[in-house]
Design a protein around this ligand. Structure first.
Ligand code: ZN
Length: 162
């Protein structure tokens, strides 16, 4: 970041910025790029919109799915960039949506760094505390995967039945 030597997260952010140029976004005009490092490789994605808005998919998910389809399902770091956000705008415009946070939680551990261009560096657990997980039946959640390493919420308080 400013004043320091470029590190792996800077390189990932550069890849996300470059990927944003591939976005298909005729409706929002928000070119979003994402890059994930998985298995030591970088996979990129961009948002792909649809006239039926609900079918639109975000950059973060296209990048994550590209990694998974290439056989690299353990995401080690994430970068997200949208150059179309006006200078001085609310940084929440740059943050990943809830759906993308949940998808990342499937393939990334709680301490996975997520660099959001012009907003900061976060960990996955900061962005999605107490993520929904199906511990049974998910191969990724066994043997040190994201699910196994995730924080276990305290037992929920149940309302008493009297
Ligand atoms: Zn999203």
């Amino acid at each position: 970041m400013p004043g320091s030597k470029p590190g792996p997260l800077d390189e990932l952010l550069k890849a996300a910025r470059a990927a944003s140029r591939s976005a298909y976004c005729p409706y929002s005009k928000f070119h979003v790029g994402a890059a994930v490092r998985a298995g030591g490789r970088v996979f990129t994605g961009a948002n792909v919109e649809n006239a039926s808005y609900g079918l639109t998919i975000c950059a973060e998910r296209t990048a994550a799915f590209a990694a998974v389809l290439a056989g690299a399902s353990r995401i080690e770091a994430v970068a997200i960039s949208c150059a179309d956000i006006p200078e001085g705008a609310d940084p929440s415009l740059a943050m990943p949506c809830g759906a993308c946070r949940q998808v990342l939680a499937e393939f990334a551990g709680p301490e996975t760094p997520i660099v959001v261009d012009r907003a900061g560096i976060f960990t996955l657990v900061e962005l999605l505390p107490m993520a929904f997980r199906l511990r049974e039946g998910c191969p990724e959640s066994r043997g040190g995967g994201a699910g196994a390493a995730g924080p276990t919420p305290a037992s929920p308080r149940r309302p008493s039945r009297e």
